[in-house]
Design a protein around this ligand. Structure first.
Ligand SMILES: [Zn+2]
Length: 271
């Protein structure tokens, strides 16, 4: 075959690969937004959110960045178990690591939390909107696979803000996770596992425990089938947790679909 044909076949083959992978998730979520794919090179842009009453200490910031590093290293190791090459880079979003806010609302795990954080934080960092920020940031950094990570110096249930193709690009295109300092009842929380869990959400992973969008029977079934999956439970020892078959399939690492997988789809990931 001549070179043009080889190229055509290559493109066709790649298209087929994508189509096969795309079967895992509806197209509106998969490969949508700034956090494109959990493989290759991914850049995390982080910001410390604080208030007058609760500023971040440099010691606490250091701890957070170390926890982020551990979470990312764990994700890289998990990816390699599925023969997927993954690398993370990270840097502060703006010149200033911290952004002051009047008030930081708590995350309640209700599904009714504020989801337009990215837009506000990007505006405070000098960008017009999330879509423009993505263009500028990807040009400036050379990464097209970007995610925002906000550390909030207050208590709450951390959550991920995913983009879907039919929602407002200017508000939501930059995908972000909001990580609280502790739980909303002030209890200490396993930050590293929570960071990894929330990052996986940006790439399509479903909650496997009971939430406003996930049922108890699915939670119980997940305990049976994927007892150590990080989307089912988090904990202080990352060595006891993994990205199991279902979650790996959802993020595109595992190419082998099992009939039961679709049954676990939660209400907030509608087709
Ligand atoms: Zn979750």
């Amino acid at each position: 075959m001549n070179r043009v044909w080889t190229k055509t076949w290559l493109i066709l083959w790649m298209g087929l690969q994508l189509a096969t992978i795309g079967a895992a998730q509806p197209k509106d979520r998969w490969h949508a937004g700034s956090a494109k794919d959990l493989k290759g090179e991914v850049l995390t842009l982080y910001v410390f959110l604080e208030t007058d009453a609760a500023p971040w200490s440099s010691e606490d910031k250091k701890t957070k960045l170390a926890e982020l590093g551990t979470a990312q290293q764990w994700l890289v190791r998990q990816a390699s178990k599925w023969d997927v090459l993954l690398e993370f880079a990270r840097r502060p979003l703006g010149n200033n690591e911290s952004i002051q806010l009047e008030h930081i609302p708590t995350g309640t795990g209700s599904g009714k939390e504020r989801v337009d954080w990215a837009k506000e934080i990007l505006k405070k960092s000098g960008y017009r909107n999330a879509r423009q920020a993505y263009r500028k940031l990807s040009r400036k950094t050379g990464f097209d696979n970007l995610q925002l990570l906000f550390f909030a110096n207050t208590g709450g249930i951390s959550y991920a803000m995913r983009y879907a193709k039919n929602i407002n690009k200017r508000k939501y295109f930059m995908e972000a996770v909001l990580i609280y300092q502790r739980y909303d009842n002030d209890a200490h929380m396993p930050v590293e596992a929570i960071i990894a869990h929330e990052i996986l959400h940006l790439y399509g992973a479903w909650d496997l425990y009971t939430t406003y969008a996930q049922t108890t029977d699915r939670h119980q079934k997940a305990q049976e089938l994927f007892p150590d999956d990080i989307m089912l439970r988090v904990g202080y020892d990352l060595n006891h947790l993994k990205v199991d078959d279902l979650t790996a399939w959802l993020v595109g690492w595992n190419k082998t679909e099992q009939p039961i997988f679709e049954w676990f789809r939660p209400a907030d990931f509608s087709r």
